[in-house]
Write a protein that binds this ligand. Sequence first.
Ligand code: 5GP
Length: 177
Amino acid sequence: MSGKPPPVLISESDIEKRVTELAIQISGDYQDKGDLVLVGVLKGAFVFLADLSRRMTIPRTIEFIAVSSYQSGSLSSGAVRLVMDVRGSIEGRHVLIVEDIVDTGHTLKYLIGMLQSHRPASIRTCTLLHKADSAEVDIDIDYIGFSIGDEWVVGYGLDYAEHDRTLPYIGTVTPTD
Ligand code: 5GP
């Protein structure tokens, strides 16, 4: 890891603008549906979830879920593994999964199936970033912040081997593994 900050792919102000747009759109879509459970996927989505949830205008509660789909660095470990389930009951409630990034789609597909077993009223999906060209499974993503190319991104919650998670913008790094 060199001392140089990663080059900017998406600036702090562009993120702020887009997250506000998403919060307005989601609030509109759910305004007559009662409370919405936002399920943030740890660790990467914690910053996005914090900003998105604070800009929403409808009743909402926060849950977290943790999965492990990659070893440290950028190499895939293969299967998705549940590390932490939601704590509160989501049965009969509207759920929005909040992801940092969807790459192949395997993680989100697993999460939808897993959360469906808790029998929510509905499940929708929201991701800040989408690597559209990398999709390997067919899943519906209801809300997408930005579509990006096939490059490794860091910042705004996303890491590379635990580095650069707290950068205020989305930058790119070249993985060495
Ligand atoms: P998928 O199962 O869609 O291939 O991968 C989803 C997960 O891979 C994300 O939740 C994230 O943890 C990780 N991931 C995929 N691409 C990137 C990337 O460019 N940067 C970071 N930091 N994580 C990524």
